[in-house]
Every structure is written in C-alpha cells, then in structure tokens.
Ligand binder design. Structure first.
Ligand SMILES: Cc1cc2nc3c(=O)[nH]c(=O)nc-3n(C[C@H](O)[C@H](O)[C@H](O)COP(=O)(O)OP(=O)(O)OC[C@H]3O[C@@H](n4cnc5c(N)ncnc54)[C@H](O)[C@@H]3O)c2cc1C
Length: 543
C-alpha cells in the first residue's frame, strides 16, 4: 500500500502540522546567541483566512475533464486547490503564515488515472487554452509548482498521484518502468520485492515522485555511488499538447542528439512525464556509514577532490564547513561535544570540518584506499557513530525547518556547483553575499555531491525573521546569492532546478541562444504555451 499525502495540510513538511516538531530549548538558545532573538508570532493561517476566488475553468472544459477522469477527480473545493497552491520553499511556507501575501491558487485540481487520461486532459486544456501545472509530490523549493496563469484566464493543477504503478521490471537488463506519480519510498518498496533498488534518496524522498525527480534532474544523497537521477533514466513516455511521445529504446544510441536530455529537467514546461524507465541495481547486502574530521575547509575540499579524482568516493560523501560542523556538534549537544572538542584539539584539529561517508555493498577495497588517502590528508576518524547519527537524521532537516519557522526564524537553503578550481571563490562569494544581505545570519555550507571535475555547495541560511517584511527579507538575500552565482563560473542550480526563482538567471548560464532553443522546443510541443506558465524560461522579450 502506498502512503498518501494530505496536501490540504500544506504549510509544513510534517504531516501532523508544524507544531508536531519541537526544537530543544538549548538548541534554540544556542541559535539565538548567533542570529538574535526570534519571535514566534505568525502561526500557519487556517484555510478560511485565505481568500479563494471562484474557479474560472470554462463550463464546457469542466464537463470534458469530468468525462475523462470522473467527477470525483476534478476538484474545485477551495481546500484541495489551496493544498496544491505552491511548493515547499521557505517563501511558499511563509505565504501560509502571512495571509496578506497569499499563494496563487489554481482554479481546479485534476487527477488522471493513467497516461492515456493525462494525454486527453492536455488536449482539452490546449483546446480551451487552460494553463496546466504538472504536480508530483509538490516539494519544489524554487516555485516550480506555483499556479501562475501567464496569459491564461484559468489554470489547473495536474496532480499525478494516481499514476502510482510499477509498470514492469526487466531483471535481466536491470530496467524498471514506473508511472510518474510513484513516490520515493513506494518505488523502493516495489523494487525490493525483486531484490532491486533505485538508490535515489534525496532529502525530499518521502514525498517527491519519480516524475518530479526526472522533471527537475534531482540528485540524491547517494549520488556519488548511484548517480544523479538523469543518469538513471533510460527511457520516458510523455504526454504533450501535440500528442504522445516516447524516447529511449536502447541502452545507448548515436541516433542524433539525445532528446531525453531535452525533457529531463524541463520542469513541466515542455511535456508531462507519464512513465519513466530507470536503471536499477541489486539491493546492497551491506552498508557502512562513518565520520572523519579534517582541519579546515580548504583541506577538507582538497581531500574530497582527491577521493573523486582517484575514483575512491563513497556512495554518500558529504563534507560540512567549519560553521556547519560547529552547529551540528552544538545541536547534537551534551557533554560529548566538549569531550570531542578536546579530543580533536589533542589531535591538532583547530577548525573541524565533518566528513560523512556512506558505503553500500562490497566496497572494502575502495574504502581501504579512501581511508588511506584521508589519513594522508590529516583526517581523524570518528568511527561509525557520526555516520549513523547522520543516517538517522537524514530526513529530519525539513521537520527542523518547520520547528524553526514556528519559532520565528528565517530558514532556507540554496545550492550551486562549480569546478574545483572555482569552488573556493564561489563559496566565499555566496557567503559574503548572504552576510551582506541579512542581519547577523548563520550561513552553513556543505559539499553534498562530488565529481571528478568539481562539486556542489549546499548552503543553509538562518536569521531572525523580519516580521514586517518576511518575504522581502528572504527575496533580498536570495537575489544577492543568485547574483553571486549567475554567470560567474557556477550553476544557478545543481539540483533544486529553475522554477520561477531562478528563471531570471537562466540566460546568464545557457546564453540567449540556449534560451531560444528552449523556446523553439516549447513552440514545437506546446504551441499555445499551456504547460507550466512562468517556469524555467525567462519572460519573453516584449516586441
Ligand atoms: C525539504 C526538501 C528537501 C529537498 N531535498 C532535495 C534533494 O536532496 N535533492 C534534490 O534533487 N531535490 C531536493 N528537493 C527539491 C525537490 O524535492 C525536487 O526538486 C524533487 O525532484 C521534486 O519532485 P516532486 O515530485 O515533488 O515534484 P514537484 O515539486 O511536484 O514538481 C517539481 C517540478 O517538476 C514538474 N513536474 C513534476 N512532475 C512532473 C511530471 N510527471 N511531468 C512533468 N513535469 C513534472 C513540476 O511542474 C515542477 O516544475 C528538496 C525539497 C524539499 C522541500
């Protein structure tokens, strides 16, 4: 049985609501010493506090949608519409706490049962010029599922949660085909029956879907071992306003450009993914997690680079900077922290940077060489405890964010990637932009994904919330960070995607020609521009 998510409880990650998670008073005191006092005066507003306009779906179109999916799967109820009125970024969550800045609410939610129904729904929407927001788990943190209308009179959310089947498994080729709405845990559960795993475990795993992973080119926590999601995709089945489209018949091909690459990462603006064929692997018999500490960020990143370039990366490789290490030591708290500090001091580690490694399967030889390489870089081994602590807490981040939001903090994450030679400068630029844009922020960073040629940087930002203009406060910080990234030898997104938040910066990365190529592709498959208005592409220049 699959777990279902009640979207009507939007406003928090935690299914039971934001009050369900509490921060230890000691942790909050530690935080407030750094960012200043937080005031908790903006609880999640009840749905009744947010005005929802009448649905503007034309009556004739409504009747056709009902004929395709059935009456109970065309929802106009305000709670259902509000529940799909945005993703799960900090700003999305703020819009549920400050009713004066409400979310954009779609006119209806449509839940097709299979790829054929998705195709027919798109054809009706194209005929009636209705905007369509494809919606997987709704975990976008970049405005990817905001119900923008663009030039359309009405917009509906196409919720894919009923496309929840494992379509086929080919154990010989190690390929599985999933419908797009299968959520992370369900995908693993369905595969485990066959002794297989996908190995794609982003922090949003519990809610995000196969279609969403593909549409955003997601990267999971074990990406060093299993690859990014796009590396796993072997084929796709697509619905478009111009008809069905299938890609990927063979394991490799030289039949012209790889058009799968055009639709992976297209964020619902070109196609709706209805089925995704993925490479799967045998379930690992063993796993091992462990922690090391390196002295300083420079030595830490150098050590990870050496692992990456010698082919010794662990499946999970995650290096925290000095501030993130200090905060995780402090927040895990207790007497152990003091002891640990003294132990590291005795070992000559002045600026601890925590490195978590996770190994799946039989990686004995690779691990032995990796540990040798780390010891040569001055790493101090902490054994399995920090690794297991990380593993236990790998999904607590969003729950802690709920608690911090409830406590009145400004808390958000952002990410980028750069080549190794550029990484130190990008790291400094983003940190200094965030420090310049916020008052007394705590800026934490880790390398979350490493490659031979470079790595990603994942920043967590905390500050006391400015209740007079909470959204403006974060937008200023986000703009400063994005300007420190865009067009400066770094990507505007390593895995969160573009959505609305990064759309203004896309041209700086792919160039005006690149933007025109995307526009031309959109014209070919979606000539009326109904698919996900306002996402990915920067606004078209006015004539
Ligand atoms: C707490 C938290 C932690 C996160 N951690 C990670 C992480 O570790 N790694 C990572 O990569 N991302 C992470 N994210 C971002 C987000 O989870 C990913 O972008 C995820 O891939 C989105 O999947 P989803 O099913 O929720 O898609 P949605 O949020 O529903 O949609 C995302 C985008 O894809 C489009 N889309 C969705 N399904 C389809 C489809 N079937 N066809 C066409 N378009 C579609 C939507 O229109 C939208 O533009 C995190 C988000 C949160 C809130």
């Amino acid at each position: 049985m699959k777990d279902s998510v009640d979207h009507r409880l939007r406003g928090s990650w935690t299914p039971e609501g934001p009050g369900a998670v509490e921060l230890a008073p000691k942790a909050m005191r530690w935080l407030e010493q750094r960012i200043g006092e937080c005031t908790a005066d903006a609880p999640v507003a009840p749905n009744s506090a947010i005005a929802v306009a009448e649905s503007r779906i034309p009556t004739a179109a409504h009747a056709k949608l009902v004929a395709i999916v059935g009456e109970e799967y065309v929802l106009d109820d305000p709670a259902e519409r509000l529940g799909r009125s945005g993703g799960l970024s900090y700003v999305d969550l703020l819009r549920r706490r400050y009713p004066s800045s409400p979310p954009a609410v779609p006119d209806a939610v449509v839940l097709p049962a299979d790829p054929e129904q998705v195709q027919r729904v798109l054809e009706v929407c194209a005929e009636h010029d209705i905007g369509v927001v494809p919606f997987g788990g709704g975990t976008s943190v970049v405005g990817g599922v905001t119900a923008l209308r663009g030039d359309k009179d009405s917009v509906l959310v196409l919720d894919l949660e009923r496309l929840d089947r494992l379509v086929s498994v080919d154990p010989v080729s190690r390929v599985a085909v999933f419908q797009a709405g299968v959520r992370g845990p369900d995908a693993e559960r369905l595969l485990s029956v066959h002794g297989l795993t996908l190995g794609h475990v982003p922090q949003s795993f519990e809610r995000a879907t196969i279609g969403g992973f593909a549409a955003t080119r997601s990267a999971g926590q074990a990406s060093s071992g299993y690859g990014r999601f796009e590396d796993m995709v072997t084929g796709v089945r697509l619905a478009t306003p111009k008809g069905e489209w299938r890609l990927g018949v063979a394991p490799a091909s030289a039949a012209g450009p790889d058009l799968r690459a055009l639709v992976l990462g297209s964020e619902g603006t070109l196609v709706v993914l209805t089925e995704v064929a993925v490479r799967v692997r045998p379930l690992p018999e063993r796993e091992r997690f462990e922690g090391f500490v390196l002295d300083g960020w420079e030595r830490g990143t150098l050590a990870v680079r050496h692992l990456a370039q010698r082919g010794l990366l662990a499946d999970v490789t995650r290096l925290s900077d000095v501030d993130e290490t200090a905060s995780s030591f402090a927040l895990s708290g207790g007497w152990k922290t003091g002891l640990l500090r003294r132990y590291l001091g005795a070992k000559g580690i002045a600026q601890p940077c925590l490195l978590i490694l996770g190994w799946y399967g039989d990686a004995v030889q690779r691990r032995r060489e990796a540990v040798r390489s780390l010891r040569a870089a001055g790493a101090v081994g902490l054994g399995a405890a920090p690794g297991h602590a990380w593993q236990r807490g790998r999904f607590t981040g969003p729950r802690q964010r709920d608690a911090l939001l409830e406590a009145g903090a400004c808390v958000e994450t952002l990410e980028t990637a750069a080549h190794w030679s550029e990484l130190p400068a990008v790291y400094e630029r983003v940190r200094s932009a965030l420090h310049g844009a916020l008052e007394s922020p705590l800026v934490l960073c880790h390398v979350s994904h490493a490659y031979e040629t470079g790595a990603s940087l994942y920043f967590t930002v905390l500050a006391a919330r400015d209740h007079s203009d909470p959204i403006g406060q974060w937008e200023r910080a986000k703009r400063a960070a994005s300007e420190a990234i865009a067009g400066q030898a770094a990507t505007i997104s390593h895995h969160h995607a573009v959505g609305t938040d990064h759309a203004p910066y896309l041209a700086a990365e792919i160039g005006a020609v690149g933007v025109n190529v995307l526009r031309a592709a959109k014209t070919a498959v979606d000539p009326k521009g109904i698919l996900n208005p306002g996402k990915l592409l920067p606004p078209a220049p006015q004539r």
